[in-house]
Design a protein around this ligand. Structure first.
Ligand SMILES: *[C@@H]1O[C@H](CO)[C@@H](O)[C@H](O)[C@H]1NC(C)=O
Length: 140
């Protein structure tokens, strides 16, 4: 009887001990410290230049001018605080739009690389699981 109780006790202690690791395993689809890449492609019209300006609170990635079908790429390592957030300002035909290209809360467990296609009406994000673009996103 003692053996059974202490056996259960050990199992219970182990669960408590490893619970944080199990949470991490569920939360992180990609191993911590794996670089994530974000691509933003001009899919407007042939002849329409996309002016792109991406940043997070610590990094300004500069102003990029993209011709039709050209893309801008950047990379980063995940942030253990889970609060990484990059947004991009987009200008074409004299109008400014912006949207969040990467947000830990939204994208931490999404595809390793994020491929955005910038269309006139909305940005679409390639889903590596379905191999299709998801277009449920919007510009601000
Ligand atoms: C854009 O249009 C030009 C002229 O019609 C053409 O030569 C070029 O291949 C086009 N570019 C793309 C990426 O479709």
């Amino acid at each position: 009887m003692m053996m059974v109780i202490s056996g259960r006790h050990i199992l219970f202690s182990s669960l408590i001990l490893f619970a944080p690791l199990m949470v991490m395993a569920v939360e992180y689809r990609w191993p911590p410290l794996t670089y994530r890449h974000v691509y933003v492609k001009n899919n407007l019209d042939n002849g329409t230049i996309l002016t792109l300006h991406c940043k997070d609170k610590d990094h300004d990635l500069g102003v990029q001018k993209l011709n039709y079908q050209e893309e801008f790429k950047f990379q980063f390592k995940p942030n253990f605080l889970g609060n990484r957030l990059y947004f991009c300002g987009l200008t074409w035909d004299g109008n400014l739009h912006w949207f969040v290209v990467y947000n830990d809360r939204r994208d931490l467990t999404f595809c390793k690389d994020l491929h955005w296609s910038i269309n006139k009406d909305k940005p679409c994000l390639f889903n590596c699981d379905t191999q299709k673009y998801d277009c449920e996103y919007n510009y601000n």
